[in-house]
Design a protein around this ligand. Structure first.
Ligand code: GAP
Length: 454
């Protein structure tokens, strides 16, 4: 199975209200509000049984595409807590701030960089027109303390961006893995930000997960590698969504660029909330390794083994979010299909089969015939060693198909009376609801071919 080959989406397909995704996630065990029995914590979520399967598939697929398929890319897994000087060197202690204003009338709070320009000029609330307060500055880093003895505890931070570990481990990776420039280091890991305006479900959270590639190059090859990874990442996202017309690049304007950056692009996806950042492709130049060299006193320059040229490598960064991928994929996949027979609409998640949390459901046609149940259980027991399989014999077959459609299961295997005669089963495909008969012996290969990305 390669790029999404599901039913093509059209421009006219309406945008899904976020509330429908939130409700489905809670109802079917994808996402729960964190500490819900205590009233919840804004901007923090837990993932349920189906959510964790989907997240694992998303992570695995990114890792496979970025690390396993590239001979010049390796992976690390860094700690959430680092030495506090890291965040001084990175500039976060000084600059990782949101400037906020409050409406004196309706008490809503806004990030000043999210306000329409006319409201900044008029100093008026975009919702009720009330007067806005003077901007106040908040640092987004989450503080924590190492040690137990009062007075000797060291203040540090939960990492505000996961990529810093990559710069910290760059020299160790270089020395221990026989990599040479150009090469990359990947990581998937949690990041923490005291977002003052968390919201839109998983879109802006306080605890979230990022994936990063930091690709180290000679300065003369920067543009070439920047263009390479920019295109690669765009194609990656395009390959896992149905609504391909809802993906585009947004180039950062000169006022948005960091002083060291020549270019930056966001890959954006369009939802009911408008165009929103999914991943950033950043030109980081020699900023990170130079700063860490300066603050740590360790020389992080690279000596070319052939030319003996010594230089600080430049970096192309591709940095995206596991949670935004999770959310965007659900939004992209969700569809309510009118039922031609006049019954209730079919809710279907058209997730890419490689990413779907459950790959196959095994369903005996009826519960009252023991042979159907034992055959179905035996098929399920074989399949579950190869992929996530569910056995379900509760309710009529139509209802069971609907339950699987709603969680995006690409294939349902039905064991019926013909199975007992000729050893074949019905395989129903989620998107087109087509049915074919497949011999039980051929079932594992038939399904693996369709749920594995290759
Ligand atoms: N190292 C670069 C960096 O951290 P960023 O644009 O701040 O750049 C990269 O974050 C990605 O992390 C974003 O494109 C987004 O997918 C994800 N992300 C950032 N803040 C987030 C938040 N508060 N909640 C969920 N995901 C977030």
């Amino acid at each position: 199975m390669t790029q999404t080959e599901n039913k093509p989406a059209t421009q006219e397909t309406p945008f899904v209200p976020i509330e429908k995704i939130v409700a489905l996630c809670k109802r079917r065990g994808f996402v729960y509000p964190n500490s819900e029995i205590y009233g919840g914590v804004s901007g923090i979520y837990d993932f349920g049984p189906l959510g964790v399967e989907l997240r694992n598939n998303i992570r695995r697929f990114w890792w496979w595409s970025m690390v396993q398929l590239h001979d010049n890319v390796v992976g690390i897994e860094g700690a959430i807590i680092t030495h506090p000087r890291v965040w001084e060197a990175s500039g976060h202690v000084e600059n990782f701030v949101d400037r906020l204003v409050d409406c004196k009338n309706c008490k809503r709070r806004f990030r000043i960089d999210h306000l329409p320009p006319e409201n900044v000029v008029s100093n008026r609330c975009p919702v009720c027109g009330g007067e806005l307060t003077e901007p106040r500055t908040f640092n987004l880093l989450m503080e924590t303390y190492l040690g137990v003895v009062e007075g000797e505890r060291m203040k540090t931070y939960l990492r505000g961006e996961a990529c810093q570990n990559i710069y910290l481990d760059y020299d160790n990776v270089l020395k221990s893995s026989r990599m040479q420039i150009p090469f990359g280091i990947c990581q998937i890991g949690k990041a923490f930000r005291n977002e003052v305006t968390p919201g839109n479900f998983l879109f802006r959270q306080r605890e979230f997960e990022q994936w990063d590639l930091q690709f180290f190059v000679h300065p003369s090859e920067m543009q070439q590698w920047f263009d390479y990874w920019k295109e690669k990442r765009f194609e990656w996202y395009k390959g896992i969504i149905n609504h391909k017309d809802r993906l585009h690049f947004r180039e950062h304007g000169p006022d948005e660029l960091a002083h060291y950056a020549k270019q930056a692009f966001d890959i954006e996806y369009q939802t009911i909330l408008g165009w929103q950042e999914w991943e950033g492709i950043h030109w980081r130049q020699d900023w990170d390794l130079s700063r860490h060299s300066e603050y740590s006193g360790q020389d992080l320059s690279y000596t070319d083994p052939i030319t003996k040229e010594k230089y600080i490598p430049w970096i192309v960064e591709t940095s995206g979010g596991v949670d935004r991928t999770f959310l965007n994929l659900l939004i992209d996949a969700y569809e309510e299909e009118p039922d031609t027979s006049g019954k209730e609409a079919r809710t279907v998640l058209r997730l890419h089969p490689t990413l779907a949390p459950v790959k196959v459901a095994v369903l005996p046609l009826q519960k009252n015939k023991e042979e159907l149940l034992t055959t179905a259980r035996s098929i399920h027991n074989k399949l579950k060693r190869l992929m996530v399989s569910q056995y379900d014999d509760v309710a009529n077959i139509g209802r069971r198909y609907r339950r699987q459609d709603e969680i995006g299961t690409p294939y349902c295997v039905t064991v019926d009376f013909q199975t007992l005669d000729d050893g074949t089963v019905t395989v129903r495909e989620r998107d087109h609801m087509t049915q074919v008969r497949v011999a039980i012996d051929e079932l594992p290969a038939y399904l693996l071919e369709r749920v594995t990305w290759h």
